[in-house]
Design a protein around this ligand. Structure first.
Ligand SMILES: *Cc1c(COP(=O)(O)O)cnc(C)c1O
Length: 334
């Protein structure tokens, strides 16, 4: 699949590492676990949103935008990485923050909220949970237009067809690493949220006839809601690519039960997963996405979902700056 026909900015140097986790594998007593270190992508510090923004920001610039407008939760990695990309490109950046948990946005909070201010976000609009985010971002764009400026709206998580191309590119990067490192992977496990990562990776695998099943661990929804969302994203990416093959609905697999009590709120399995990776591999997971996704991998392994001989690839999607907003819980538990 030729991605070079899509305009792209580059925010990372080379490929992110594909690593075997020997100590964690031993402690887990389950399948052999590998990790794709997308927490090492560029943009201060990067994560999966870095890959999506390479295509989204290229589009914004091609359209002559001077301001990126996006949205997210109070500790949004996506907002922070979008702001970092804007700075790199000499653009302005504004956010609409959705308080999915009432009163959870505190300007003075640590983690990503601190970084919003340090990086110098131009303006933040806070709206209540369930608000129409597309409409709220359009209002920001309209206000900018009245001043003769031009906003470019990036949907939550950067998850549209163009953003999904970032994970088609990741699928290609992985294929080259599998060959170069002589690695055979049986299954991929990834956090599944706004769906661009899971859906883009799936479209990328199908585009190149890579038959490795992908398991998405839901971070905000159970499978009945998450799977159609991911399928829709994968179909949109496939259309943009002009794929001849369709995306089979049954290729989309999401697992529930690890995201409760609510998106972004901690649970004991997440705390145990974050501690286990820190203490076996010195790898930092985050409390909102990769901690819960790894809790899913650990839980599935303990329930005998994987065979011992299998090689599982976990995609580390980043997010570590929000660790500092959860310090006490991560040390002392819930
Ligand atoms: C946004 C995010 C995810 C979820 O990815 P989606 O493409 O939104 O499904 C996972 N991990 C981290 C660290 C994120 O910031």
């Amino acid at each position: 699949m030729d991605l070079s026909r899509f305009p792209r900015r580059r925010y990372s140097e080379g490929a992110t590492p594909l690593e075997f986790l020997p100590n964690f594998t031993r402690a887990l007593r389950g399948p052999k676990v590998w990790m794709k270190r997308d927490d090492m992508l560029g943009l201060a510090p990067g994560g999966n949103k870095t890959r999506k923004l390479e295509f989204l920001v290229a589009d914004a610039m091609a359209r002559g935008a001077d301001t990126l407008i996006t949205c997210g939760a109070p500790q949004s990695n996506h907002c922070r990485i979008t702001l970092a990309a804007a700075i790199k490109e000499g653009l302005h950046c504004r956010f609409v923050i959705e308080e999915r948990v009432p009163n959870s946005y505190q300007r003075e909070a640590s983690g990503n909220n601190f970084l919003f201010r340090l990086l110098g976000v131009e303006a933040i609009t806070v709206v209540p949970g369930g608000a129409d985010m597309a409409a709220a971002m359009q209002e920001v764009a309209t206000a900018l237009a009245a001043q003769g400026r031009k906003g470019y709206i990036i949907p939550g998580g950067g998850s549209n067809a163009l953003g999904g191309l970032g994970y088609v590119a990741c699928a290609q990067e992985l294929q080259q690493q599998f060959i170069a490192q002589g690695v055979h992977i049986d299954r991929v496990v990834v956090a599944s949220g706004s769906s661009g990562t899971h859906g883009g990776l799936l479209a990328g695998f199908i585009a190149d006839d890579v038959r490795i099943p992908i398991i998405g661990i839901g971070v905000s929804r159970d499978p009945a809601d998450q799977e159609p969302l991911v399928h829709g994203e994968a179909v949109a990416v496939a259309q943009l690519l002009g794929l001849k093959t369709s995306i089979p609905r049954e290729a989309v697999v999401a697992i529930g039960g690890y995201w409760q009590p609510q998106y972004s709120l901690p649970n004991p399995m997440m705390v145990a997963a974050v501690q286990m990776l820190a203490r076996t591999e010195a790898i930092l997971l985050d409390p909102v996405y990769t901690g819960k996704a790894m809790a899913g991998l650990i839980g599935l392994s303990r329930h005998g979902f994987f065979r011992r001989e299998e090689h599982i690839l976990f995609i580390h999607t980043g997010g570590t700056p929000s660790l500092s907003a959860y310090e006490r819980i991560l040390l002392e538990g819930l």
